[in-house]
Write a protein that binds this ligand. Structure first.
Ligand code: SF4
Ligand code: SF4
Ligand code: SF4
Length: 209
């Protein structure tokens, strides 16, 4: 039987940028994860959202004791289609495909739209603006690649014993995770860093008191 031989991926400027961004996201999550591990060592477990159970009900933006919420949208760059027409970014009836406020779905202008090369656009979450309202997530899930989803950010969350969002979550999406593995990522492609690389990244970080 003839073997299927996969052609090597052609390296374009786009794939180069995409691979770079993938590594960057891995670094970001690795650093935050490691930082959390230091800070939460005594408590051992932290809250997290199972993205496969979340039904985007908006409690995450309204019920957190921290303001704005410790729940943020995250972008899976490995899954995103880099679409010109992003259903998570644009209003369904957007008059134009531009970044003008009236075209955007996000109520807080928390998604940055950056041109890569024709016809690709990159979408970045500006976490300091994100309120975890999930408005961008359902359309991305229904009509796009489901690259947007919610996670608790442990540099913001104060790890309440009884998380007020978890108490109200209608889909039982909240779980406790070990503090040294605090993220529940939706796609296996979101785990680009092996543990030993993550450890080497976090080894020199200051310990949070
Ligand atoms: S409360 Fe639960 S279902 Fe609602 S957005 Fe948050 S995690 Fe999703
Ligand atoms: S629509 Fe809501 S969840 Fe999505 S980026 Fe904006 S504030 Fe965050
Ligand atoms: S544990 Fe507390 S701070 Fe963290 S997400 Fe829940 S309510 Fe917000």
């Amino acid at each position: 039987m003839a073997e299927l031989i996969k052609e090597p991926e052609k390296i374009t400027r786009f794939t180069f940028l995409r691979n770079g961004m993938r590594a960057f996201v891995g670094l970001t999550l690795g650093v935050i994860g490691g930082w959390t591990a230091f800070g939460a060592r005594k408590r051992n477990t932290v809250w997290q959202i199972d993205p496969m159970k979340c039904v985007q009900c908006e409690h995450c933006s309204t019920s957190c004791v921290v303001s704005p919420s410790a729940v943020k949208c995250v972008q899976s760059y490995s899954i995103c289609g880099y679409c010109q027409l992003c259903f998570g970014y644009f209003q369904p009836e957007a008059p134009e495909l531009t970044s003008a406020a009236e075209n955007q779905l996000c109520p807080t202008d928390a998604i940055e739209r950056v041109f890569v090369e024709d016809p690709y656009w990159e979408y970045n979450i500006l976490e300091d603006r994100c309120i975890g309202c999930a408005k961008c997530i359902q359309p991305c899930e229904m009509f796009g690649n489901a690259s947007f989803y919610l996670q608790v950010r442990h540099d913001v969350c104060v790890n309440c014993n009884n998380c007020s969002i978890a108490m109200q979550c209608p889909s039982d999406a909240w779980v406790r995770l070990p503090a040294d593995q605090p993220y529940m990522l939706k796609h296996k492609q979101d785990y680009p860093l092996e543990p030993q690389i993550e450890l080497s990244l976090t080894a020199n970080l200051p310990i949070r008191k």
